[in-house]
Design a protein around this ligand. Sequence first.
Ligand code: 13P
Ligand code: SF4
Length: 301
Amino acid sequence: MDKIFERVKELKAQKNAVILAHYYVDGNVQKIADYIGDSYYLSKIATTLSENVIIFAGVNFMADSAKVLNPNKKVILPDSTADCPMAHMVTTAQIKKVREMYDDVAVVCYINSTLELKAESDVCVTSANAVKVVKALPNKNIFFIPDKNLAHFVAEQIPEKHFIYNEGFCPVHNFMAVKYVTDIKKQYPNIKVLAHPECPRLVLDYADYIGSTSGIIDYAKASSDKEFLICTENGVCHKLVQDNPDKLFIFNDLSICPDMKKITLESVVASLESLTPEVVIDKELSEKALKPLEKMLELAK
Ligand code: 13P
Ligand code: SF4
C-alpha cells in the first residue's frame, strides 16, 4: 500500500491532479483521495479546485456534474461504465408532459440523474439539501425526479407544496427490508438506526436519524450511543470505523453498489497515468445542465 501511496502522490504532482471520492467507493480508494464526501460536498468542492485535472472516484452523474461545473478542466472517471441505474429512471418526455399539465411547476432533479434530465429541470438537489432547496422555491407544484423515496421524504416535510412523484429508485437502498431492521433491533435492543432517505418509507419509520451519507457519518460521531445499524451503502463503514473505533456498526451485506465498486485502486492509478477515460460533454448540453446545478449551489448555501 505504501508503494501505491507514493506512486499516487508522484503522479498527482506530475499531472497537477486532485482525487475526489464518494463515501461509497472502496475504502482503499478513499485512502488515496484528497477530498471524500457526499454528493453535495463533492459538487461544492469541485467548484473550488485549483488543479487542472479532477479524478472522480464515483459514478457517471458525479463526474458529469464536476465537468459541467468545470468545463475547462480535465475530468476523469476511472471506469466510464460506473453508472447509477436510478439516473435513467425518468424520461424528458415525462418532464414535458408534467410541464404541460401544471402551470406553476418546478422540476426538481435529484443530482443522481443524467445531464439530459438536468438540462430539462429547474433545479438540482442532493439528499443533503433537498428540503432546504425545495422550500426556497416559489412554485406550488413540485415534480421530483427520479427517486420516489427521497421525493416522499421531502414532501412530508413541506406539506404546503403539492408533489408529483416519479417511480425511480436506487436498487441498493430500495431493497432494504423492514424484516432485516426489526431482526437486528431484536438482537440489539439499544441499537440506533441511521438511514439514507433513498430507503423505503417503511424502513425510514424505524430510523432514529435520516440523512445523507455525510449526515449519517456526522450523527454517529456526535452521538453518545454505541451501537448503530447503518441503512445505506457499505462504503460509509470506512469512515465510520475510522472515526469511531469504540462503536459498533452493523451493515447489511447486500447493500453494495456494484457501480461504485467498479472504481478500484488500480483503475485510479491507471487513470492518473493515462489521464483517461476523460468525461466529454456536448457544449450546449453542458450549458443547459449547468443552470440547475448552479441554482442548487445558490439555494443550498
Ligand atoms: P449522498 O451522497 O447525497 O448521500 O447520496 C447517496 C447516493 O446514492 C449517491 O449515489
Ligand atoms: Fe445510484 Fe444507488 Fe449506487 Fe447511489 S447507491 S450510485 S443511487 S445505484
